[in-house]
Design a protein. Structure first.
Length: 298
């Protein structure tokens, strides 16, 4: 009983306090706290401090700009100069490296050319001495240094041709023409091999190609005439030998062939002109009498 009575009194006190608060709550809600003098004073103080801080910050910013402006400009100039220096340095290093590489390359190329020339000379000497194995080794050594060396392949073809290894020789000469389509030694060698093998038509084609590349060599016209005469192509042979005589008007052999070709095509006038020239150039020629008889028979 003594314990319950204090509890009842406590509950009644709380209930009374709650009732008072509920009655006064609308007034508390409507109370403008900011209108209190103490609050207004605190707000003014805060605003003063804030404005003062803003002014000080603006002044500090101006001072910093005044100080850092020249520093910033100097830094930008220094940075630009540094970038130019680095760029120039890189360019000079690249130029120096390029010149060094170019110089090394030139030295290597010069050494290679010298070594190739040595092998070509030794190969030529060995071929002349009919030391075919040594000649072949030297030419192949030159090719290993320069796989597009026309003189080396041409010399190697000569080694095979001298041994009558005609298939190897032809393949080698054809590769020379692949590297240089107007290489005259290869064309002439192929023509000679074709003639050696009895392929006169092929030989004629090679000589015609040689003449197309250089029409100022009389011996090639004379050789073409000889091949065409063997093939029975007399009119074409006559034109070929006339070109040879044009280049060498007083060559007895060419005049002899001109008379022969003229007789074969029945051109008596041209044959007689050539006969007179031959008699003037070589009056001791034993064929003059024979030609005279044949001309009289035309």
């Amino acid at each position: 009983m003594m314990i319950i009575l204090p509890a009842i009194l406590l509950v009644l006190s709380l209930a009374t306090a709650v009732a008072v608060i509920i009655r006064k709550f609308p007034q508390l809600v409507l109370l403008d706290v900011e209108s209190l003098p103490e609050v207004k004073l605190a707000q003014k103080k805060d605003e003063f401090i804030r404005k003062r801080a803003e002014v000080q910050a603006a002044m500090l910013n101006q001072k910093l700009l005044g100080f850092l402006g020249p520093v910033s400009a100097w830094y930008r100039q220094w940075q630009a100069k540094f970038r130019r220096y680095v760029s120039d340095l890189e360019r000079r290093v690249a130029d120096k490296d390029g010149r060094s590489r170019s110089l090394i390359k030139e030295r290597d190329e010069a050494a290679d050319k010298e070594e190739i020339a040595l092998h070509l000379e030794e190969g030529r000497k060995a071929l002349e001495g009919r030391d075919f194995a040594s000649a072949e080794q030297h030419y192949i050594a030159a090719i290993k240094i320069d796989e597009k060396s026309v003189p080396a392949y041409s010399g190697l073809g000569d080694v095979y041709a001298a041994q009558e290894h005609f298939e190897e020789a032809k393949q080698t000469y054809r590769f020379v023409l692949y590297l240089n389509p107007v290489e005259e030694h290869a064309l002439l060698s192929l023509a000679e091999i074709a003639e050696e093998q009895g392929r006169l038509d092929t030989a004629v084609q090679y000589y015609q190609e040689l003449i197309l590349h250089n029409e100022n060599i009389s011996s090639r016209f004379a050789k073409l005439c000889d091949l065409l005469m063997q093939l029975g192509q007399y009119p074409t042979a006559l034109e070929a030998i006339r070109q040879a005589v044009y280049l060498e008007p007083q060559n007895p052999k060419y005049l002899d062939n001109l008379i022969e070709a003229s007789i074969m095509v029945g051109n008596k006038t041209l044959a007689e002109e050539a006969y007179r020239e031959l008699r003037m150039v070589n009056p001791e020629n034993q064929k003059l009498a024979v030609f005279k008889e044949r001309l009289d028979a035309l």
